[in-house]
Write a protein that binds this ligand. Sequence first.
Ligand SMILES: [Zn+2]
Length: 322
Amino acid sequence: MRLQIGAALAIMVGLAVASTSAQQGADTIDAHLAAAKAAAGFDFTGTLARICIAPQTAPGADVRPPPPPDRATWFTEPAKVFDNLYFVGTKIHSSWAMTTSEGIILIDTLYDYASEEAIVGGLRKLGLDPAAVKYVIISHAHGDHVGGAKLMQDRFGARIVMGAPDWDSIEKSVNQYPNGKPKRDISATDGQKVALGDGAVMLALTPGHTPGTVSMFFQVKDNGQPLTVAYSGGTAFNFVNDVPHFDTYIASQRKMAERAGSQNATILMSNHSEFDNAVTKIKLLAARKAGEPHPFELGREAVQRYFKVMDECAQMARLKLL
Ligand SMILES: [Zn+2]
């Protein structure tokens, strides 16, 4: 009887796998949307909405940034999130400080207008010294992530790491940097390890959102327990919407899914709270009870589903072009 149940289960599992692969195999707009929705579940609704439901379809113009919005629309308190990782972002955009035995690695720098208070002020509020920031890694050169790079470079002498094509785009821009541009520094390479003391961030070049988009893998510690973060460097479709651009974007998501799997990443982070719910999770963290899982720890399978959402939405957008 036990054997029969085992056999029945095997058949059921087999059928489930077959129906999943049939669904994945259907190369239609509806099938990709259904697959993206299934992958998103309730975890990644922001990403699903942004790139599957109401995607952008063209790049922004090289124009001067609008005046800063009211502080109340973006300000949020900084927070310690892991033993070695601190949030110094805004309600909308993320900036993360990884502490190491030799100083700080900062990931992303928000808009120009928020960087002084959220990053410099946020680090100080948390008892960290902004002058200890040795490396700043920029996921991509859009104003909402590269805005504070010049400040960190000029005032604290931090080294700035960015994808080479995004350094090029900063140099080419005529209007987007009215307060000055960061000086060209380190060009990120695929697999590069940005190491500082006992900490390190592994870079993955993931062109698509911009030609120089950099994603990352790094280890955090939750009460001493090491966990691996996959950091997705670029998401929305505000690039030239043609088949080669989407092919590049899709290949990058598959690279991330593969590396996240091989490194056993169980945490997914992005540079917008819209995509990883960082600000909401930080609120949940404050109410975490002993023994409960960390709100950022989604598990390996969920991290895979995140890159599946990006892959399927991009396939859908690509199909619409044909
Ligand atoms: Zn962007």
